[in-house]
Design a protein around this ligand. Sequence first.
Ligand SMILES: C[S@@+](CC[C@H](N)C(=O)[O-])C[C@H]1O[C@@H](n2cnc3c(N)ncnc32)[C@H](O)[C@@H]1O
Length: 234
Amino acid sequence: MDFGTFYGIGVGPGDPELLTVKAIEALKKIDVLIAPKTEKKSDSVALSIAQPYLKPTVEIVYQTFPMVKDFAEETEIFESNKAEILSLLRDGKNVGFATLGDPMFYSTYIYIFRLLEPCGVKIVTIPGVPAFLAIAAQIGRPLAYGNDILTIIPATAELAAIENFLDKADATVLMKVYKNFPEVVDALKIHGMIDDAVLVSRCGLDDEKIITDIAAHKNETLNYLSTILTRKKS
Ligand SMILES: C[S@@+](CC[C@H](N)C(=O)[O-])C[C@H]1O[C@@H](n2cnc3c(N)ncnc32)[C@H](O)[C@@H]1O
C-alpha cells in the first residue's frame, strides 16, 4: 500500500472564512486530522476552525504538545506524536495537521515537520494568514510601509533581548504577550511605544477583544492568543 501524504494546514487565526482555497481543499480530502492542543487545555482552536470543512468520516486524533522553550527537553512526547503520524501514513491515510495562523511561523507544526522530513514521507505545507496580519486588517492599521523595518518579537524571550530590539525597532509586533504582560507594558513605556500600542486577543473568534489603552490593563490576565501591534512616534 502507498504511503499517505502529510499536510501541514494553516487555518488562519480564527475567522473561518480566512482559510485559503488550498487549505479548504486539503481539509476536504484528508482521512485523519491531527488536532494539536496544549497540556492545560482540552480543546483545539485549530480544530474548531477546520471542522466545517472536514468530511464526516474524518478521524480526529488529538495530540498534546508541551509549550517548550527547548525542543530537546521534550523529545519523548514529540517522538511518540511522530510515531503515531507515521503509522497512520503507513496505513495509506492522508493526514492533516491543523495549525493556527501559518504553519511555518512560531508553530508546533515546525517541530513535527522537522521530525518527519528525514523519514521520506510526502509533506505538503499550506500557508495560512498569520494572526498579526489579520489583526492589522481588523483594526485598520497599516503595519509597515515604505522603508519601514518590521520587528517581530516573541514576548516569551528574555526581557533584556526584548528591550534591546525595542530600542532599535519602529513598527513592531509582539507575540505571546500573555506571560509577562506587565513587563512588556513597562518596556513599551520606556521605549515610547505605549501610546500607539493596540492589543488584540482571540482575533476573529467570537470573544475577540481589542484594547487600545493597554497600560490601564497592565495587571489583567491575558488570553494565550494575544498580540500587540505598535510603532514609535515619528
Ligand atoms: C504559537 S504562536 C502561533 C502563531 C501562528 N502560527 C500565526 O501564524 O499567527 C501563538 C501566538 O500567536 C498569536 N496569535 C495566534 N492566533 C491569534 C489570534 N487569533 N488573536 C491574537 N493573537 C493570536 C499570539 O501572539 C499567540 O501567543
